[in-house]
Design a protein around this ligand. Sequence first.
Ligand code: CMP
Length: 152
Amino acid sequence: MEKTLILLKPDCVQRRLIGRIITRFEDKALTIVAMKLLQVTPELAKQHYVEHVEKPFYPGLEEFITGAPVVAMVLEGLEAIRVVREMLGKTNGLQAAPGTIRGDYSSSRQMNLVHASDGPAAAAREIELYFDSTELCGYEPVLTPWFRASDE
Ligand code: CMP
């Protein structure tokens, strides 16, 4: 089982797409183990996007990510990190394939609706950035036997 950090970004919240995007993750048998609406501060943005802080596009990215609330979630599932990244599609919505979340809903490189951790190290770091360990709710979804065989 893997956990991954998801942010439904300010464009997703403002465009009233929260429900539709969460539905796609639930339909894929990913389990929400933590979730909250919060306002990203400039300090949190710099910590989250530490590898982009020196890049020319960072000021615009910070203005965007702090411009309205985000929904932070931890999703759990088999190979969840890769599965979610593939569900999102390419970073730039204009290049993301139809059928992916960005391919279906985004026409922008910056306003690409959803952030997801890009690997196990990033997932661990980002989950800790947004959630206290007591906020993670471990539980066994009753539908698991209907989503996959016991040896998968
Ligand atoms: P995300 O996957 O959340 O992580 C970094 C974000 O920076 C990315 O989504 C885009 O929203 C944004 N981004 C990446 N490259 C660029 C760029 N060249 N110009 C503007 N924003 C970018």
